[in-house]
Design a protein around this ligand. Structure first.
Ligand code: PEP
Ligand code: MG
Length: 759
């Protein structure tokens, strides 16, 4: 059964459009269950009502497709949708909910089984089977249908979102097609509109996107050259193995050669290139199609040939990529799209060409999102339903506020977003005017606004932003860019540059915080639960040789400047702090002994795990300041992985538990007279910043792109008003309610433009 299911899903995923996908579903399911009718109804939302429309059928009158529509008040199908559960009835006609559609010619059918197709809690439609016999379907049929529906929901969303692509040639005609937006997560604020450039890992044939080309002849030549190279490789391989492999085993190579030169592989790929797809995209389509044909064969020997097809595809692809034909020429207004965009991929694109980023995986607190915010690039993360292979070169809009993505949007949507982008620019110019003004409330309370950094390249924008210093310098970034641990001298030079550039403003250097989702290529850590494992201070205390070198480099870099502060990440136990302080004092003493004119910098602890919240007082007593890392604190308090798009709707730093934890930390620090800052992403969220101000946080450290908005908020409220808002928030019981209340408060105060696209 599992095998059948896998094949259906694979086939549906290869469908060129929604219509084809639905037709495959009804045909295959009807055959497997051996029933007379299988149909799919999709939900159509109209204002507050939804109706169910027959979209595909095998068994009912095909003329009825698109015509049979039922409101959610009548009909069995709509009852399945409304209840979001399966309905299995022996004789549908006898049921009071039954609605007769003469155009569907369904009089002859009695047995009815409908199951909902649900994606992310939303009913997308209903999958139905019907039989002539008056009978209840078996439990097996029911569970099979439920499994099929659950597996297909994602594929249906893909097909729907790609806007009914039925071949590359039609791409341009589809401008008018109103495709639904894909919902991802806000990654970096702002709106980007441009051309999608899909980036993919090399030699992964399934990841290759379709790409429109103009010079067909050149592309065919490139493909032929790659095939010739593979032929040559295979002949050489066969020759080399002559003495090792018996003749009959080497026959496989002859099969390969035959396949390579066949119409089925080479001919079909060439045809697809002629239709306007580039060679890797055409090859992907051909290979997937043939693999599918082989996988469906009854004969197990032939079924295994599917692996050979795939292997051949991979070989050709490698040569295509070697011929470096796929060196991307980035268009102006590139929106970078990919399954899992990494920080290094981002760095590959010339900054002046890059306007937006969309990643299928990850969330707001993933590294690439943090980097994108530092570079002020509107970003959508966790766009899990994005049909990546089908959208290269298409016009795309990324709304980094709401997390929506529009593929080949209509003129109407394009114009709407153009207006929003213009308004954004005007707002940005207005905000830039605040650059040299203090972050002071209308009743004269000042709060320091600092930036988060980690790359030497963000120093200039950070300086230009009017920041009062660096509140968090993530030293792991320079560690990540290298092939081995940087030496004391290398580190000294980086830290010195940062400290000098900001002098006399303070710079907080955080000691190495790797582990979790931050890996060093030369220091691999394999763990089942990396966020609960060996990370941050736990690693550096286990490797004092790394920690001591880093502290030496920091303290030496501070000589004559005295604007360094050191911050310790992931402290979850007092003993860790005591040990770290011991090592820092050891380094300080050694440097003094060596005759260096060093001073002891201020030391702070990150409060980012629940145990540190409850021991904030014990920690504060031992150090000079506390800094709350709300990214991890939210993850650990709510038990929600900060990088997992599937649970991202549960991750919100405005959760009442997080707010109360922050209040507790502020109180504990106050008892010991120590300042508290917030350096997680929450600090850069304008609505959250208002609450942090009210709580009495001394400084906020955020990505450079958030700073002007937060400053604007601070300058437009009084602390009393902020406190009043905080007291309202403290009686709301969930994050959604709190966010809604704060957004509305902003709208009412004419500050809506700070929290959504547009002015
Ligand atoms: C945090 O956890 O809030 C934080 C600032 O650190 P990082 O995002 O680097 O884990
Ligand atoms: Mg952290």
């Amino acid at each position: 059964m599992l095998d059948i299911l896998r094949r259906i899903v694979q086939e549906v995923n290869l469908a060129k459009n929604l219509e084809q996908a639905l037709n495959i579903i009804v045909k295959r399911v009807k055959k497997v269950i051996n029933v007379e009718v299988c149909s799919v109804f999709l939900t159509n939302e109209n204002n507050n009502d939804s109706e169910y429309v027959l979209m595909a059928t095998d068994g009912l009158n095909p003329e009825a497709i698109g015509k049979v529509r039922m409101s959610d008040k009548v009909g069995l199908v709509s009852l399945v949708g409304k209840r979001a559960e399966a309905i299995n009835i022996a004789d549908a006609e006898k049921n009071p909910r039954y609605q007769h559609f003469p155009e569907a010619s369904e009089e002859a059918f009695h047995g009815f089984l409908g199951v909902p197709i649900i994606h992310h809690r939303k009913v997308l439609g209903v999958l139905v089977i019907q039989s002539r016999k008056i009978q209840k379907f078996s439990e097996d049929d029911e569970t099979f249908l439920i499994t099929v529906a659950a597996q297909l929901a994602g594929a249906i969303v893909h097909a729907e979102a790609s806007g009914g692509i039925s071949g590359l040639k039609q791409l341009d005609d589809e401008k008018e097609h109103e495709s639904k937006p894909i919902h991802g997560l806000p990654g970096a604020p702002g709106v980007a509109m441009g051309t999608a450039v899909v980036i993919y890992p090399p030699a992964d044939i399934d990841a290759i996107p379709d790409r429109h080309i103009l010079d067909v002849e050149k592309e065919i030549k490139t493909f032929d050259t790659a095939v010739e190279s593979v032929v040559k490789d295979i002949k050489e391989l066969s020759e080399r193995l002559k003495d090792v492999l018996p003749e009959e085993d080497r026959a496989l190579f002859d099969v390969y050669l035959l396949m390579l030169n066949s119409q089925a592989i080479s001919g079909t790929t060439r045809d697809r290139i002629r239709e306007g797809n580039w060679a890797p995209g055409a090859l992907r389509q051909t290979i997937q199609e043939h693999e599918q044909v082989f996988r469906e064969m009854e004969d197990s020997y032939l079924r295994e040939r599917a692996d050979d097809v795939r292997d051949l595809g991979r070989r050709i692809l490698m040569h295509l990529q070697k011929e470096s034909h796929d060196k991307v020429d980035y268009p102006d207004n590139t929106v970078l799209v990919g399954e899992d965009i990494s920080a290094s991929m981002l760095a590959e694109i010339p900054r002046e060409k890059l306007v937006g980023v969309i990643s299928v995986r990850g969330s707001r607190t993933s590294h690439v999102a943090i980097l994108a915010r530092a570079m002020s690039i509107p970003t959508v993360m966790g766009a899990t339903d994005l049909p990546v292979a089908k959208i290269d070169s298409r016009t795309i809009i990324a709304d980094g506020y709401s997390g929506r993505v529009f593929i080949s949007p209509s003129e109407k949507i394009i114009n709407e977003f153009k207006r929003l982008i213009d308004e954004e620019e005007a707002l940005s110019d207005e905000l830039m005017e605040l650059r040299d003004l203090p972050a002071k409330t209308q009743d004269g309370i000042e709060i320091s606004l600092l930036v988060n950094s980690g790359l030497l390249s963000d120093i200039t924008p950070s300086l230009q932003s009017g920041a009062e210093g660096i509140g968090l310098y993530r030293t792991e970034f320079p560690f990540m860019e290298r092939q081995k641990f940087p030496s004391e001298e290398e580190q000294h030079s980086i830290y010195r540059q940062v400290l000098e550039s900001f002098h006399p403003r303070p710079v907080t250097l955080r000691t190495l915080d790797v582990g979790g989702d931050k890996a060093l290529p030369y220091f691999p850590i394999e763990e089942d639960n990396p966020f609960l494992g060996w990370r941050g201070i736990r690693i550096t205390l286990d490797h004092p040789e790394i920690f001591l070198v880093q502290i030496r480099a920091m303290i030496r870099a501070n000589i004559g400047l005295n604007n360094l502060k050191i911050l310790l990440p992931m402290i979850s136990d007092i003993s860790e702090l005591n040990e770290a302080l011991g090592l820092i004092h050891q380094v300080y003493g050694e440097l003094l002994e060596e005759g260096e004119e060093v001073v002891m910098p201020e030391i702070g602890v990150m409060i980012e795990v629940p145990s540190a919240v409850y021991q904030a007082g014990n920690l504060a007593r031992r150090v000079d300041f506390l800094s709350i890392g709300t990214n991890d604190l939210t993850q650990y308090l709510l038990a929600v992985d900060r990088n997992n798009a599937r649970v991202a709707s549960l991750y919100d730093s405005l959760h009442p538990a997080v707010i109360r934890a922050i209040l507790q930390v502020v109180e504990s620090a106050r008892v010991h007279g120590k300042p508290v800052s917030v350096c997680g992403e929450m600090a850069g969220d304008p609505v959250a910043a208002l609450l942090l101000l009210a709580m009495g946080i001394d400084s906020l450290s955020m990505s450079v792109s958030s700073l002007p908005r937060v400053k604007w908020v601070i300058r437009n409220v009084t602390r009393d008003r902020a406190r009043q808002i905080l007291s309202e928030v403290l009686v709301i019981e969930d994050a959604k309610g709190i966010r809604k209340y704060l957004n509305q408060t902003f709208e009412d105060a004419g500050m809506g433009g700070l929290v959504r696209a547009g002015n």
